[in-house]
Design a binder for this molecule. Structure first.
Ligand code: KG4
Ligand code: ZN
Length: 383
């Protein structure tokens, strides 16, 4: 069990209750992390984390080299009740004091989603609480509201294991997708690179660690989509280029692995920066985002947002283009339930709730109007 605790943000439930804040229980089970959290939202929109517990399932999946959906679903069932009880106790509150219950309804692995969604609905029914079926991507997108108090509009780069998108966040509930990947997600490219090089899963942190002492100039790797007008992404070619480079010098030494990781990470970050720059150019003609605004914000979110090299490259890009840069603390980049509770709280504060027949949605794009990226394969069309 890893209690994720950005300690400065954690406060006691009684204090939150006394200032009239709304308390929301969040439940997250969309992939390989089981999580529960209590978040308080004051009437002026200020958010605080009262508790935030996450249990990673990686030990159960490691031998298979990736997340096995059936194992994931079973593991969620085994520990979710215990985690919810722990989150409630750690917040110093009771279920009766909770104002609403929020659970991830999608996108994600269907078995795990069913476990979390049904648990959330059951608690809402038994305790007569309002229920919110939360979009996991929206939860990543709104995390900076909880951590930095940042309100839309902002340009969002969402980079996780299953998604890579640039989104104009106009308001809570109003998302316009500017670009997405036509093949692999960025986190997936990190994970596949790690697997190829024999590094531990999840791959992102392993690749980042090895890259720290590697030479990023040793291997010449492609920067996919560089300069293309639309801010779409592609990482399949970069991943294949790493494979070819590795095969050409196999067997690999630790030095080779570090140099491959550093070269891959630099190429990926440069490609992401180029695509984000393109999105900024697109937004120049948008009143809500254009250069006429006193402040413009770039936000990065999702598991890959924990990558220090990527954060540094995006910080430079933002300052060059007159944007302020925001990223959640590293502990809140990966999947957690505080972000689910917060997204639920933001919707609840706007008078939104969901019925108890809200469906599980393994595919659930944030921008339902967005057409598939030109040239997207089956995977890209989902992203
Ligand atoms: O958002 P997330 O926790 O789960 C999904 O919703 O997909 O993202 C997980 C992804 C994985 O692909 C993982 O390897 C990647 O985020 N990741 C990283 C780092 N930490 C996690 N990628 C690069 N650098 C990191 N430090
Ligand atoms: Zn996620």
């Amino acid at each position: 069990m890893m209690p994720l605790a950005p300690s400065e943000a954690i406060e006691h439930g009684d204090d939150a209750r006394r200032d009239g804040s709304m308390l929301v229980l969040g439940i997250e089970t969309s992939c390989d992390e089981t999580a529960a959290a209590i978040v308080a939202r004051s009437s002026d929109g200020h958010g605080r984390i009262l508790s935030n517990v996450v249990r990673s399932q990686w030990e159960k999946h490691r031998a298979f080299g990736g997340v096995v959906p059936e194992i994931a679903a079973r593991a969620h069932v085994e520990c979710l009740d215990e985690l919810i009880a722990e989150a409630i106790a750690a917040a110093g509150t009771t279920l009766d004091d909770i104002d609403a219950i929020a659970a991830t309804a999608g996108p994600g692995l269907i078995g795990g989603l069913i476990v979390g969604l049904i648990t959330g609905k059951m608690l809402a029914l038994a305790h007569a609480k309002p229920f919110l079926a939360v979009n996991h991507l929206e939860a990543h997108a709104l995390t900076v509201g909880l951590t930095d108090g940042l309100l839309p509009p902002y340009l969002l780069l969402l980079v996780s294991g299953g998604h890579t998108q640039l989104i104009a966040v106009h308001a809570v509930g109003q998302y316009r997708r500017l670009g997405s990947t036509i093949d692999d997600a960025l986190g997936e490219a990190f994970d596949k690179t790690a697997k190829l090089l024999g590094l531990q899963m999840p791959g992102g942190p392993s690749v980042e660690e090895a890259a720290q002492w590697g030479d990023s100039k040793r291997f010449v790797l492609p920067r996919p989509m560089l300069g293309r007008a639309e801010p779409h992404f592609s990482f399949a070619g970069l991943k294949t280029a790493v494979r070819h480079a590795a095969l050409a010098i196999a067997p690999l030494t630790d030095r080779d692995i570090a140099d491959l990781c550093a070269s891959f990470q630099t190429a990926a970050a440069e490609a992401v920066v180029d695509r984000t720059r393109q999105a900024m150019k697109m937004l120049n003609s948008d009143e809500a985002f254009g250069p006429g605004r006193p402040t413009r914000h770039l936000v990065v979110a999702g598991g890959v947002a924990a990558n220090t090299a990527l954060r540094a490259a995006l910080t430079d890009l933002a300052s060059a283009y007159g944007y302020t840069f925001h990223a959640p603390p590293i502990s809140l980049c990966g999947d957690n339930a505080a972000m689910i509770a917060w997204a639920g709280a933001e919707r609840f504060a706007r008078g939104i709730t969901d019925n108890l027949d809200a469906p599980v949605r393994p595919r659930w794009p944030l921008d339902r109007e967005a057409a598939p990226a030109l040239g997207a394969g089956a995977k890209g069309a989902k992203a």
